[in-house]
Design a protein around this ligand. Structure first.
Ligand code: C2O
Ligand code: CU
Length: 540
């Protein structure tokens, strides 16, 4: 096996958590899944074999895949699923990424257990822009359900209401000491006093934004979403599903045992959450007796929006590592609402949403309908009738987005498969505007095929004239998933120089299922065109 050739066998395996055993979908029997390691600029190939019972696709979250959307992975967006018994060799090309990313299933809710980290090291013979860590440690944050995830998903879709909360949050697949039957297996990080550890933190949870901290230790954030940041020393981080953080942990405390812990951040007073705390242990080496009950770190309160956005606001990019300058003259302005909506109940449906309706979600009031053939094929082979253009719609969908008591009829979105076509090379600004329809809540919006500069955010309605003046065009972080605050907005900028079909969606799985997504198609440039499809594309 060449070192850049991976074999990912998707198959079931039995795992026991919280005193009960169930069969879960895994890659190579591992949960969390195997780590992919590469250097800046390298290409790896992943041979994906579907030995499970259901359709599957795999996605390399945050990997740009220059000119090659064919290997990107979102089901019915860039490919049809790999059927049971099928195989697909995916090319994963690292171009500008450096740091931590992750891979995950991108069909239905299978990503709950089908995910793993990606480490992208600096190019060979070059080094990190921070002191070399003594060791590197994956910290994969997740959620665990006692029931089969397919049942959770199907029950959720059938009911039209909220999904069941997870039964535990996890660190590296383990709930931790505070949950029943978990203690012997709690993830343990052995450290030597004085050494520095690079934590490669991934939020792989389905529906929960998390606060994470380490008792008695600071974290120094040095990267986010596989771009370097100015070192930021902090006592906690906030991390939304899809996001990754590289943070240094300096083992400089009294030898003892300490907890690291994660717990939900949720701004909505209305929805219920899994409000348990997951822990892992840090154990200092040496000849001493550690305290039997280590102290827990102080985490911000569950609804502490201030703490969440103080953190996001203090993460700054490292301009000397930018691939290109932060765009100033914008060619494509996009303003899109991100909303929770509801559909009226029709005959024979179960309607456990608000006031006996069914939940929906939308961007610019359009609840995305997943097509039956992938959009990339429809685009590449000029197949009509699969999607329509012109996202967002005209005239723009404008109302007092964050007002109280918005009229009920605003809650009902339209259905459609609307995409946005963007000129190659265009400098794009997207403002995501949260709304107070049904309930205001934060949304981690993720765009495939590029990273973007996170130039600003605020609360209330976006005001182009005033708010644009507050944008950080000097040292914004370059990320791929941005948290849009509850009843607020977030602005991003990037250059659309990667031709292809790129999914844009909320990374909270329940909102994605409800329709909070669209697609950006970046047209070919004169000398940069979408590559031809590989011969083994899974057939539709
Ligand atoms: Cu983490 Cu569309 O993906
Ligand atoms: Cu959302």
């Amino acid at each position: 096996q060449r070192h850049n050739e991976y074999h990912f066998v998707v198959k079931e395996a039995n795992y026991t958590r919280l005193c009960s055993t169930k069969s879960i979908l895994t890659v190579n029997g591992k949960f969390p899944g195997p780590i992919i390691r590469a250097h800046y600029g390298e290409t790896v190939y992943v041979n994906v074999y579907n030995k499970g019972k259901y359709n599957i696709t795999l996605h390399w979250h945050g990997v740009k895949q220059p000119r090659n959307p064919w290997s990107d992975g979102p089901e019915y967006i860039t490919q049809c699923p790999i059927k049971p018994g099928g195989k697909f060799r995916q090319k994963v090309k690292f171009s500008i990424e450096e740091g931590t990313l992750w891979w995950h299933a991108h069909s239905d809710w299978s990503r709950a257990t089908v995910h793993g980290p990606i480490y992208v090291y600096p190019r060979k013979n070059s080094s990190y822009p921070f002191p070399k860590p003594d060791a590197e440690v994956p910290i994969v944050l997740g959620e665990w359900w006692k029931s089969d995830i397919i049942d959770v998903y199907e029950g959720f879709v059938r009911s039209g209401g909220d999904p069941n909360n997870s039964d535990a949050l996890t660190i590296n697949g383990q709930p931790g000491d505070l949950y029943p039957c978990s203690k012997p297996e709690t993830f343990r990080l052995n450290v030597d006093h004085g050494k520095r550890y690079l934590l490669r933190i991934v939020n792989a949870a389905m529906n929960t934004i998390l606060f994470f901290a380490v008792s008695k230790h600071n974290l120094t954030v040095v990267g986010a979403d596989s771009s370097y940041t100015k070192p930021l020393t902090t006592d906690y981080i906030c991390i939304a599903p899809g996001q990754t953080v590289d943070a240094l942990l300096h083992a400089n405390q009294e030898p003892n045992d300490y907890y690291m812990a994660a717990r939900v951040y949720s701004s909505s007073p209305v929805i219920t959450v899994d409000n348990t705390t997951t822990t892992a242990r840090i154990h200092y080496s040496g000849n001493y007796t550690p305290t039997p009950t280590p102290s827990l770190p102080r985490l911000p309160n569950i609804n502490d929006t201030r703490a969440a956005f103080d953190y996001y606001g203090s993460v700054k990019g490292l301009p000397e590592t930018y691939p290109y300058k932060v765009p100033t003259k914008i060619g494509t302005h996009i303003l899109s609402t991100v909303s929770i909506n509801s559909f009226p109940c029709s005959e024979g449906q179960i309607c456990e949403g608000p006031n006996r309706t069914r939940f929906a979600a939308s961007m610019n009031n359009i609840s995305f309908q997943t097509p039956s053939i992938d959009i990339l094929e429809a685009y590449y082979y000029h197949i009509n009738g699969i999607y329509s253009k012109g996202f967002p719609s005209f005239p723009p969908y404008i109302f007092n987005f964050t007002g109280e008591d918005l009229p009920l009829e605003l809650e009902i979105p339209r259905r459609g498969t609307k995409v946005r076509v963007i000129k190659f090379g265009s400098k794009v600004e997207v403002v995501f505007q949260g709304t107070n329809l049904f309930l205001g809540i934060d949304h981690p919006m993720h765009l495939h095929g590029t990273s973007f500069y996170f130039v600003g955010y605020g609360f209330g309605n976006f005001n182009k004239h005033n708010d644009s003046k507050t944008f950080n065009l000097i040292d914004p972080p370059l990320i791929n998933t941005v948290l849009v605050p509850r009843n607020g907005w977030a602005a991003i900028r990037y250059r659309a120089s990667n031709p292809g079909v790129w999914f844009l969606h909320c990374h909270l799985e329940r909102h994605l299922t409800w329709g909070m997504e669209t697609v950006f198609i970046v047209k070919n440039g004169r000398h940069r065109k979408v590559l031809p499809p590989p011969p083994d594309m899974p057939p539709c």
